[in-house]
Write a protein that binds this ligand. Structure first.
Ligand SMILES: [Zn+2]
Length: 354
C-alpha cells in the first residue's frame, strides 16, 4: 500500500484502504507523514450515525483530525518548517479571502475545509498535505503523542480565552470528558485562582485534579448543589465553562453562575434546549458560544505543553496500531466509560509492502 488510509465507507463501516499518495502541488504547502492521531467524539458520531450536527457523510471519507507527524516534503517556498521536523497539524483551513479570516476569527469562516468533516478527508492516512502556516513545529522535548493532543487542547484554550479568564477568576467546568479536562487545565494555566470541575464519574474527577482542577464535585452527591460548591470555592463562580452538552448541566451552570458572570458553551448536545432566559437577562449573564480554535490558539497550546503548564499525556488511556483502527473505534462504543483519549499510531511499515 502506498497510502494506507482509514476510511468510513458509510455509516457503521470502517475499512483500511489504499489511496493515492497526495501530490504536493502548492509551493507553500507541506507533506506530513502522520504519526499519531487522537480519536474525537465527532469521528465516533460519523461512524455511528453517518452525521455530526448538520454535516452528513455522503461519500467515503478518511477519518481523523487530531494529528501530529513528521514533515516528509516541503514546497519550494516553504520557510516555516523543514523535512524531518515534528509538527502538530491544525486540521481546518479557512478561505484566505473570507471576512472572518481577515477579522481574526477564522474558525467562523463558512468555507472552512476541515479534516474528516464532509466532504473533506481526514488525517488517518500515511500522508497528509497542509499549508505551511497550519503546521506547528514541536520542540524536541514534546512528543508526537503530546503533539496529537494539541488539537483538543486548542479547543480548550479557545474556550478559556472566550471566557476572559483573569488571575482571580473563580471558574467552574461542567463535564470531565477530554475537552472538559483540558479546559480545566487551560483555565488554570491562564491563571484562574479556582477551577472546580463537575462530573458524575469519580475516576474522571480524579484525573481532573491531576490536570489542573483545584476542586472537584460529583453532581450525583446528595445535598444542595449551589451551597456545596460555594462551600468549596468560597463564592459562586464568575465563569462557567460547559463542556458536557447535557441540558441539566447547562441549567445547573447558569443557576450557579454569579450575577453578571460569563457562561461559555463548548459541549454540543441537543439543538433545542430550554434555558432560563428571563433570569439570564435580569442577571446580565453573558452567554457565549465557543467553536474549535482560532488566531493564536494552537501556538498557545503548544507553548503550554512545552512549558509544562499542563500534562496532556495523562489523558491517554488507550493506544492502537493503525491496522487496528476499527477496533479502536469499536472499543469507544463498547467501553466508552473507561476511555478518555485513544491514540492511533501512523501506518506501520509492514502495510507498505501489501
Ligand atoms: Zn476533535
Amino acid at each position: 500500500m502506498s497510502n494506507p488510509s482509514i476510511v468510513l465507507k458509510e455509516k457503521g463501516k470502517i475499512v483500511l484502504e489504499n489511496r493515492p499518495v497526495p501530490d504536493l502541488t502548492d509551493e507553500r504547502s507541506v507533506k506530513i507523514a502522520v504519526k499519531k492521531t487522537g480519536i474525537c467524539g465527532s469521528d465516533v458520531h460519523y461512524y455511528l450515525h453517518g452525521n455530526c450536527g448538520t454535516f452528513v457523510v455522503k461519500a467515503p471519507m478518511v477519518l481523523g483530525h487530531e494529528s501530529s507527524g513528521v514533515i516528509a516534503e516541503v514546497g519550494r517556498l516553504v520557510t516555516n518548517v523543514k523535512v524531518g521536523d515534528k509538527v502538530a497539524i491544525e486540521p481546518g483551513v479557512p478561505s484566505r479571502y473570507s471576512e472572518e479570516y481577515k477579522n481574526g476569527r477564522y474558525n467562523l469562516c463558512p468555507d472552512m475545509a476541515f479534516a474528516a468533516t464532509p466532504p473533506y478527508d481526514g488525517t488517518l492516512a500515511r500522508y497528509y498535505i497542509m499549508p505551511e502556516d497550519f503546521v506547528y513545529k514541536l520542540p524536541d522535548h514534546v512528543s508526537l503523542e503530546e503533539g496529537a493532543l494539541v488539537e483538543p487542547l486548542s479547543v480548550a484554550v479557545h474556550a478559556a480565552k472566550r471566557a476572559g479568564i483573569k488571575y482571580n477568576s473563580n471558574v467552574a467546568v461542567f463535564g470531565a470528558g477530554p475537552v472538559g479536562l483540558l479546559t480545566a487545565g487551560a483555565a488554570r494555566a491562564l491563571g484562574a485562582a479556582n477551577v472546580l470541575v463537575v462530573d458524575i464519574f469519580d475516576t474522571k474527577l480524579e484525573l481532573a485534579k491531576n490536570i489542573g482542577a483545584t476542586h472537584t464535585y460529583n453532581s450525583l452527591k446528595k445535598g444542595n448543589f449551589d451551597e456545596e460548591i460555594i462551600k468549596l470555592i468560597g463564592d459562586r463562580p464568575d465563569i462557567v465553562l460547559e463542556a458536557s452538552g447535557a441540558d441539566i448541566a447547562m441549567n445547573n451552570g447558569l443557576n450557579l453562575l454569579k450575577t453578571g458572570g460569563v457562561f461559555v458553551q463548548i459541549g454540543m448536545g441537543k439543538d433545542d434546549v430550554k434555558l432560563p432566559v428571563a433570569q439570564m437577562t435580569q442577571r446580565e449573564i453573558d452567554y457565549r458560544g465557543s467553536s474549535r480554535y482560532s488566531q493564536g490558539d494552537y501556538n498557545d497550546a503548544v507553548t503550554m505543553i512545552a512549558n509544562g503548564k499542563i500534562d496532556v499525556k495523562q489523558l491517554i488511556t488507550h493506544r492502537f496500531k493503525f491496522k487496528d483502527a476499527k477496533t479502536a473505534y469499536d472499543n469507544i462504543i463498547q467501553n466508552g466509560k473507561d476511555v478518555v483519549k485513544t491514540i492511533i499510531d501512523g501506518p506501520e511499515d509492514e502495510l507498505a509492502k501489501l
